[in-house]
Design a protein around this ligand. Structure first.
Ligand SMILES: Cc1cc2nc3c(=O)[nH]c(=O)nc-3n(C[C@H](O)[C@H](O)[C@H](O)COP(=O)(O)OP(=O)(O)OC[C@H]3O[C@@H](n4cnc5c(N)ncnc54)[C@H](O)[C@@H]3O)c2cc1C
Length: 431
């Protein structure tokens, strides 16, 4: 029977290197990260990325035939947990969303020529990408209905529409645009994906949108979320990824493993937050005893640890299932992980703020910023309600309706129980 929670020694060594690299090189920069001169940071970033590449840990989410390391989802889950401890690690390890998802999409759907042009440079970190699906006037949770269209005109496609919340679009070199090409193909074969290079006439980045994470957003910073208008924006025919109508299926390619990585990054952040809670609890005294000696605070610590560990195991098991059966076969589990972990991390962050009191609420600690940036979790990548609904519907397929009393109705079961007991008495030589 295979049932093993150990990490093999060689990979455990790589994880240890990751942890010490992030602790040594990245976490110390956090207090001044937003003030670093961008041009100098670009140079320093490449210097750090080269160290990651030298360890064979760069862009680890793609299979070897697609240009990655082929670690599989379970190993990626362990890596993602460490990466999640520090926001800027994602860029340094080449797993920055939305690039990572876009690369998975290109790896599956692009031609060799398109890969040469966009995938490999993206994987090498030479260009960056954005993914534009969500629109202001249609529910983003339901991509079967969108307003953006692409119409064929000679050897070009003409795109019209409006997108918003498009992460990194104001700084990306290419935007992958989800547009309707054949309304007859609704719900799942109606849209296609186009590469629109930055600066293409007709693609206007209207603004970067202020959010909970960055209410006073400064235009053109990585991590911003842009509103884009397409007005007769023309791209050559070879800028379509896949065939007309493939957009929905290709968009799904972005999401499979991504949910595992996201969840584990959240849990890495949750654990760092719990460490802050624990340190404060054993350091501060109230009403004659340490916070750590108050039972309600003990409840916060115990509950947070339990929730993190339970969520880790759920995520690891799902990662293992993806490696064994493929993402499509465990879609409901992936949604369950996303919907569950997004709540766990917020609960732990919230308790940490509470235990740290005014200090926790202040920007003197990183927790309030983590809380604000993580609040998108239950909304983004499909709202949690949708994932729970898919899970419930998947589970409910296993049940059949019964007429009258439920199968477990005790009075109805009584005659069979009495008959069984009579047989058992005979069998046991009692009469
Ligand atoms: C920080 C951030 C970054 C993002 N980055 C990108 C990006 O790079 N590219 C991109 O295309 N999009 C991006 N998005 C958009 C994101 O994917 C959408 O916000 C998400 O899919 C939800 O769509 P919506 O906002 O239109 O909400 P709506 O679809 O309008 O849903 C609103 C609410 O309705 C409820 N709801 C919806 N459907 C159901 C249902 N079936 N059952 C029960 N309740 C339901 C839920 O409570 C949901 O939160 C980003 C969003 C955020 C917050």
């Amino acid at each position: 029977m295979g049932w093993d929670f150990e990490t093999d020694a060689e990979f455990a060594g790589q994880l240890a290197w990751m942890r010490s690299f992030i602790d040594r090189e990245l976490i110390p920069l956090e207090p001044i990260f937003d003030e670093l001169p961008q041009d100098e940071w670009q140079v320093a970033k490449r210097y750090l990325q080269d160290q990651v590449k030298a360890q064979g840990l760069w862009g680890a989410f793609l299979d070897p035939e697609l240009g990655g390391t082929g670690f599989g989802q379970l190993k990626l889950a362990l890596m993602s947990e460490i990466i999640g401890r520090c926001m800027m690690s994602m860029t340094i390890f080449g797993v920055q969303a939305p690039d990572s998802g876009n690369m998975e999409l290109l790896a599956h759907g692009a031609t060799d020529g398109q890969k040469e042009r966009w995938l490999w440079p993206n994987l090498r970190g030479e260009i960056s990408s954005a993914f534009a699906l969500t629109e202001p006037f249609f529910a983003g949770s339901d991509p079967t209905v969108i307003g953006t269209t692409a119409v064929s005109d000679g050897d070009e496609w003409v795109i019209n529409g409006r997108k918003w919340f498009i992460t990194n679009a104001s700084v990306a070199d290419i935007v992958l645009v989800f547009a309707e090409t054949s309304p007859d193909g609704r719900p799942h074969h109606h849209a296609s994906i186009f590469i629109v290079p930055a600066g293409t006439p007709g693609m206007e980045i209207v603004r970067d949108i202020g959010t909970m994470a960055h209410p006073d957003v400064a235009y053109g910073r990585p991590g911003n979320h842009a509103e884009i208008v397409f007005r007769d924006c023309r791209v050559p025919a070879d800028h379509m990824i896949g065939r007309p109508g493939d957009g929905f299926v290709l968009a799904q390619q972005r999401l499979g493993g991504g949910r595992i990585h996201h969840a584990m990054r959240w849990l890495g952040m949750a654990q760092r937050s719990l460490d802050i809670m624990g340190e404060r609890a054993v350091s501060r005294t109230s009403h004659g005893k340490l916070l750590a000696q108050h039972q309600m605070i003990q409840d916060y610590v115990a509950l947070s640890h339990t929730e993190i560990q339970a969520a880790r195991l759920l995520t690891f098991q799902t990662a293992w299932k993806v490696d064994k059966y493929g993402a499509a076969a465990v879609r409901a589990d992936l949604g369950m992980v996303k919907a569950h972990v997004s709540k766990v991390v917020l609960a732990v962050l919230d308790r940490t703020i509470q235990v740290c009191g005014a200090l926790g609420y202040s920007s003197d600690l990183p927790v309030e910023a983590w809380y604000r940036s993580t609040r998108f979790g239950p909304i983004g990548d499909g709202p949690d309600e949708l994932h729970k609904s898919v899970l419930a519907r998947t589970l409910l397929k296993e049940y059949r309706p019964v007429e009258g009393w439920p199968t477990e109705h005790i009075p109805s079961r009584r005659p069979a129980a009495e008959e069984r007991w009579a047989q058992l008495r005979v069998g046991a030589g009692l009469g």
